[in-house]
Design a protein around this ligand. Structure first.
Ligand SMILES: [Zn+2]
Length: 284
């Protein structure tokens, strides 16, 4: 797997017009491999992690994909293939056909219930216990970090297993609604209950976003894990950390926008790299 990632990286680098930048990134990544293409964690990175007062982590879809959570597009199979994302994940879609949207989220919840948190999720729980201060920010809605044992997770895009009223915005739990109606009805106002997910056209939760930016500004080390780095505003969080002189680490099997700016790049799945990082920290 490492060899494959390396080959892909070299090919991409060769194709890039900016050969200087590409060369630097390839060199950095090669330094993370020994002669047998095994991952080596740079000692300088372990030093930074061990000395850090505050470690901030941002996770994206890649971390969930390693557990087998289908991506948005992957989940649109069979009967659902005929619908575009905006026909299923927007306030307009819910207003037009609340039953359709509710059923789609039911399907997605069932898919998530069938998978388990992976070694990457679990390593972040360990990292939180080691670091004096630790902030976990996620773009994922599947709740796998919480199932692994992470607490105080800052969810930027909401949560699949939380609900609120479409009319009065009150949070609603599954215990509070009467079974039968699809979607369920709000016990306060009788309005339709919706998933507490950030849909297309909706803004991110202001408080969570402010907490995420703050944690990115004050951290010593920022880990960007399994995120493509193209979806704003989460994509600007590592740059907040960089501009405040934090060590920024990219952990991803693929090259991203951040690759050329990160202090360290660890190329590979989080489920392999994060446990290795934590083990190195514990050896100190
Ligand atoms: Zn209500």
């Amino acid at each position: 797997m490492w060899a494959t990632a390396m080959t892909a990286m070299r090919a991409t680098a060769r194709d890039r017009p900016n050969t200087l930048g590409a060369g630097v990134a390839v060199k950095r990544i090669q330094e993370n491999m020994d002669n047998n293409n095994n991952l080596m964690i740079p000692a300088a990175l372990v030093d930074k992690l061990v000395a850090a007062q505050h470690i901030t982590v941002l996770t994206g879809a890649g971390v969930s994909a390693e557990s087998g959570v289908p991506t948005f597009r992957d989940a649109q199979t069979g009967l659902w293939a005929q619908y575009s994302p905006t026909e299923l994940a927007s306030p307009e879609a819910f207003a037009r056909n609340p039953q359709l949207v509710w059923n789609w989220y039911e399907m997605r919840r069932r898919l998530v219930e069938q998978v388990e948190p992976n070694a990457g999720h679990r390593a972040l729980v360990e990292l939180a216990a080691i670091a004096p201060q630790f902030t976990l920010i996620t773009q994922n809605v599947d709740g796998l970090h919480q199932r692994a044992g992470s607490v105080n997770v800052i969810e930027l895009h909401g949560g699949l297993f939380r609900y609120r009223c479409y009319e009065c915005d009150m949070p609603v739990t599954a215990q509070e609604w009467q079974t039968g109606a699809i979607p369920p009805k709000c016990p306060t106002c009788g309005g339709n209950v919706r998933p507490d997910i950030i849909w297309f056209g909706e803004s991110l939760p202001e408080r969570n976003l402010a907490l995420a930016f703050q944690a990115s500004r004050v951290c010593d080390v920022f880990l960007s894990i399994g995120t493509s780095g193209v979806v704003a505003p989460a994509s600007s969080l590592p740059y907040e950390a960089l501009s405040n002189h934090a060590t920024v680490v990219e952990i991803n099997p693929k090259e991203t926008e951040l690759t050329y700016d990160a202090t360290f790049v660890l190329r590979g799945p989080a489920g392999q790299i994060l446990p290795a990082l934590v083990a190195k920290m514990k050896q100190r």
